[in-house]
Design a protein around this ligand. Structure first.
Ligand code: MOS
Length: 757
């Protein structure tokens, strides 16, 4: 067998690799942000507004201040200066709630922080927070779920880039729709979703003179560093953010929230470390959510299913001061081949906390609507929904007029249909049965953007034969520690257990944000370049060290493979381990640094880069007791090369579980009386649990995307949640005859089913 084949089979890339951080997590050794304790540390608990609109006219803190162990009750008059931060270049200075805490006495949403109690213990701080009395002048709040777009200027600033309300247009969608032989015009609604990672958000702040250290579970530590530097008027290098482990984020931990600034300000005022961990209730109020969306989809088609027009008009709610855009059109412009298209959005201001990105932002609600519309059109035209999609598969990205870097969506449909047994589907509603249950089968496609963020990494080869790889990115539970180790092991030839990984600290080289499913894609070139540079230095050392086996050679004569340096002409057989070469040179280590350039945000891309996939879903319907269950899911994902199929599969499974929740359970409800997110706990905000989750059959296609990086690896963190709700609602219709266009599907909706016991 040739050596290259041998190397390929032993390569850590593409191998099912258990998480290297698994043991420290299951043994409780891993320290999450709120696990850090410091001598003299105080605890802070915020006081929440109990109205959704108005003004604080009086804060009575006297009773709270007298409670035992209380150090301070902070509010607008005594918290000290907290500046605003503005977005700079790239991922710098971003926050979704732009108003610093306590900046004015105006209340814009229920749960907005109006004061902060700090005490020796958490319990004392909580008692003090509860003892603060606020007097308000109330104004009428608006949490109306019916979303009509506000009249706004055409260009609206958002987190990333100013967005035009007319997002995309080609041909003349309106007239093509008017004259289309087949038409579909429906509106789909997705409710507010709360991210609900199990780990609560919080910050521990520590001042040493003008040096600030913050432990926070951030998905973007360098952005948080920049925000805090601005808010507290510090040089950036005076702020250090540490995030070693994250108990998931789903986007809610991407950009900083006001609790963090409060912890920092309180620590500054008191000269002590301060820890502030928010409650589950606060997780529904003040750390973002996916906003409610209302989306009108109009499709025009020929009788045999060729799309002639595609219109997607959507509105999302957003906060009073901020400008969050839920980009429901994320996939609409390139998803199908269609000559006439128009995507337009609007926003409706509500008295709610600022919305933010949530797993697959835009694409997830957007594809729920547009893929549902495709399914309805397929039923209307009596065309198989898989065939309808294949019939409208584009050859290029028709919105940008450029090719896809790698698009194998049709292969996803084909493999998914085969694994699911789709050919056995009988399309008539209620016509399929098993074990006394009515079966429903449905499917949908999905996609999610791919690309690279800027990333720097460094790699050290050490004289004990170990390797260290470092990048200031985060592992949000997705497996980034393991990916970094795999990449370093691949290039240096050492086994995984000899690779040390460092991440989650702004003292490290600046790594990518953990957002957009782009960490892995961004790290590949950075780590590979870093390893190459370390190896290049090693070869120079090998040729310049007295007594080295290579001291008469030139670096160009040498090669490095499997952890050994050898003369190219002699082959790897007689190589010398790098540890020996370092030892002879009296070097503890040699370091290389490497950088990935961003592709994300490229104004003139040559390729349209996305991951693709599809879901096939079976539900069972028991009409006598109106019981609907998801009984089977097949998901196929085309995400380029999968570096760790074990962690990859886990990402897709997790997303499908979240998708079952989205379709059947999840909804944040605002109480019209006081504007509060009323089901703000894990009993009333229902999420899918094990009992709701059937076997999930995940398949990855293997089409490396070399536009993203040399391994061809795109991201997989978010795509699995896109499309799944549309597949479930289609399966539900197939079983029950009920078309649900407002999520989640409720039992009340299904009681109208004509398919009765
Ligand atoms: Mo993800 S919503 O890009 O953190």
């Amino acid at each position: 067998m040739p050596a290259t084949q041998e190397t390929a089979t032993t390569s850590p890339i593409g191998r099912k690799t258990p998480r290297i951080d698994g043991p420290v997590k299951v043994s409780g050794v891993a320290q999450y942000a709120s696990d850090f304790h410091f001598p003299g540390m105080l605890y802070a608990v915020p006081v929440e507004a109990t109205i959704a609109s108005g003004r604080v006219t009086k804060l009575d803190t006297a009773a709270a201040e007298k409670l035992p162990g209380v150090r301070a009750i902070f509010h607008r008059a005594n918290i000290g200066k907290i500046f605003r931060s503005i977005q700079g270049q790239g991922f710098e200075g971003i926050s979704d709630e732009r108003r610093p805490p306590f900046e004015d006495d105006v209340i814009r949403y229920y749960g907005q922080y109006i004061a902060l109690a700090v005490a020796d213990t958490f319990e004392s701080a909580k008692a003090a927070a509860d003892a603060v009395r606020a007097t308000y002048t109330k104004e009428k709040h608006n949490v109306d779920p019916d979303l009509q777009a506000d009249d706004e200027p055409d260009v609206v600033p958002t987190t990333f880039i100013p967005t035009k309300r007319l997002q995309s247009e080609r041909g003349n969608a309106e007239s093509a729709f008017a004259s289309a032989p087949a038409k579909l015009d429906q509106t789909y609604v997705t409710p507010t979703h709360t991210h609900n990672p199990i780990e609560l958000q919080g910050a521990t702040a520590l001042w040493e003179g003008s040096m600030l250290t913050v432990y926070e579970e951030s998905q973007a530590i360098f952005n948080l560093q920049g925000v805090l530097a601005q808010m507290f008027g510090l040089p950036k290098e005076n702020v250090r953010v540490i995030t070693k482990f994250v108990g998931s984020g789903f986007g809610s931990k991407l950009w900083p929230w006001t609790h963090c600034a409060l912890a920092v300000a309180a620590a500054r005022q008191l000269g002590k470390p301060v820890k502030l961990v928010i409650s589950r209730k606060m997780m529904f109020q003040s750390v973002g959510h996916r906003p409610r969306t209302q989306q009108r989809v109009r499709l025009g088609a020929t009788p045999d299913g060729k799309l002639v027009s595609f219109e997607h008009d959507y509105v999302n709610h957003h906060a009073i001061l901020d400008n969050y855009h839920e980009d429901c059109g994320e996939a609409s412009a390139f998803n199908y081949s269609v000559p006439n298209l128009r995507i337009k959005f609007g926003r409706a201001r509500r008295n709610v906390g600022s919305p933010t990105a949530m797993r697959g932002p835009g694409a997830v609600p957007g594809l729920y609507a547009t893929e549902s519309a495709l399914n309805e059109l397929a039923d209307q035209l009596k065309i198989d929904p898989v065939q309808l999609r294949i019939l409208n598969e584009p050859n290029i990205d028709e919105s940008l007029g450029i090719p896809f870097s790698s698009r194998h969506k049709v292969e996803c449909f084909e493999l998914g249909a085969e694994k699911f047994g789709w050919a056995k589907r009988s399309s008539e509603v209620g016509s399929m049965k098993r074990d006394g249950l009515i079966l429903g089968w449905g499917m949908a496609g999905c996609s999610w953007g791919a690309g690279r963020f800027p990333a720097v990494a460094n790699v050290q080869l050490r004289d004990d034969g170990t390797v260290r790889v470092a990048s200031g990115t985060q592992d949000i539970g997705t497996g980034t520690y393991t990916i970094l180790a795999q990449l370093a092991a691949q290039k240096t030839g050492v086994p995984l257990e000899k690779v040390e990984v460092a991440l989650g600290d702004t003292s490290l080289p600046e790594g990518p944000i953990s957002g957009g499913s782009m960490v892995t894609g961004s790290l590949v070139p950075a780590v590979f370049a870093a390893a190459d540079n370390a190896i290049a230095s090693l070869l120079t050392i090998a040729t310049t060290t007295a007594g080295s086996a290579f001291d008469k050679r030139k670096p160009a004569d040498l090669a490095f493979e499997g952890g050994r340096v050898f003369v190219k002409a002699d082959g790897p057989g007689a190589g010398v381990p790098f540890a020996d070469l370092l030892g002879r040179a009296n070097l503890r280590l040699v370091t290389g640094s490497g950088k990935a350039e961003a592709t994300f945000g490229d104004p003139k891309p040559k390729f349209s880069t996305h991951s693709f996939g599809c879901h096939f879903v079976e539900v069972t319907w028991q009409p006598a007791i109106a019981r609907l269950r998801v009984s089977r899911v097949v998901t196929v994902i085309d995400a380029g090369r999968i570096i760790n199929p074990l962690a990859g599969r886990n990402q897709i499974e997790g997303a499908v579980v979240m998708g079952i929740g989205m379709a059947l359970l999840e909804e944040t409800s605002y109480d019209p009386r006081n504007g509060a997110p009323i089901n703000s706990n894990l009993a009333d905000y229902m999420m899918a649990v094990n009992a709701d989750v059937p076997p999930i059959d995940v398949h990855f296609l293997d089409f490396p995307d070399k536009e993203i990086n040399e391994l061809g690896a795109r991201g997989i963190g978010e795509i699995g949640l896109a499309g799944i709700a549309a597949a479930i609602t289609a399966a539900t219709h197939h079983a029950t005859g009920v078309r649900v266009r407002e999520l989640p599907i409720k039992i009340e909706d299904l009681l109208t089913s004509p398919i009765l016991a």
